[in-house]
Design a protein around this ligand. Structure first.
Ligand SMILES: O=C(O)CCC(=O)C(=O)O
Length: 281
């Protein structure tokens, strides 16, 4: 049976104009429940969590791994519905590869902020050549709204190209002169998501999020993708240049899933680059 096109022409136009696109109900309630309950219960996820300080010293927690495996998150990131959408949005015909995924764990009342940045502000140091061949997909595992620190984006800011970035706490932050100029010029949008919604965004889209001062957790998974044609001259991991082994969507719910302990998690203390220059997203 021929595949449905991943997006309508209007959706593609919106992504290229705005630098992001929200797909509501990208994951069904059953898929979202399975992902969230695995995230909460799998020991490997909490054992491999990194706490990063924002500028005010508030901690934000994440676990990051490179190779998408045969676990429920691997099935999500390798699912046909994900890969065909990413392929439709990236600039080129080469195979889609998975750079890394992160489980973002913004805990109630403590989950720290993310400073204004472009993902390519981090990935430039990995020497990826083409920002139009890089993107991220955030899938909400809980609701994300203004109260619990949802992502904020500057609509259309991917068209600025990469702006300068420096350090902000243990994070990398964009030059605030350019951010303020962008805020004067383009709309600020709160990307509020319901569990299961997905936000697809360009690697040069300026975005941030505030601390989670609410009583509700704000958990999400962010997967970052590149095309095989996009060489990274300073990146040690290998999944970014390995075409994704795509699985059917039903794998998320129905295939036997292995533990996350098989994943190649990033460890803050073991990575000399992290010690020297801040963490690698
Ligand atoms: O999860 C968040 O609030 C922000 C994360 C983020 O900006 C990123 O990973 O690029």
């Amino acid at each position: 049976m021929p595949q449905q096109p991943a997006f309508t022409p209007q959706e593609l136009e919106a992504y290229h104009r705005d630098g992001y696109l929200i797909v509501r109900n990208f994951c069904s309630p059953e898929e979202t429940d399975k992902l969230y309950s695995t995230a909460l219960s799998d020991d490997a996820m909490s054992k491999n969590a990194l706490d990063l300080n924002d500028q005010s010293g508030k901690k934000t927690r994440l676990s990051l791994w490179f190779t998408p495996g045969n676990d429920v998150f691997g099935y999500l990131t390798r699912s046909n519905k994900m890969v065909i959408r990413v392929a439709a949005l990236l600039d080129g015909d080469a195979s889609v590869c998975h750079f890394h995924s992160k489980l973002m764990q913004k805990e109630p009342r403590v989950g720290g902020a993310w400073e204004w940045h472009q993902d390519y502000g981090y990935w430039y140091k990995n020497q990826f050549m083409f920002p139009d061949q890089l993107m991220s997909v955030m899938v909400a595992l809980t609701k994300a709204d203004k109260e619990n620190g949802c992502l904020q984006v500057i609509k259309g800011s991917h068209k600025l190209g990469r702006v300068n970035h420096g350090f902000a706490g243990e994070q990398v932050g964009a030059d605030m002169v350019m951010v303020n100029n962008a805020l004067e010029t383009m709309p600020l949008v709160y990307a509020e998501l319901q569990p299961g919604d997905a936000l697809f965004f360009h690697s040069n889209l300026l975005h941030r999020s505030e601390a989670n001062l609410s009583d509700a957790p704000r958990w999400s998974i962010i997967s970052c993708y590149s095309l095989q044609s996009n060489l990274a001259y300073n990146e040690k991991s290998v999944s970014w240049k390995t075409p994704i082994n795509v699985v059917p969507d039903e794998a998320i719910l129905n295939w036997e899933a292995s533990s996350l302990s098989d994943n190649d998690f990033l460890a803050k203390e073991n990575d000399p680059a992290l010690k020297e220059t801040g963490w690698e997203k």
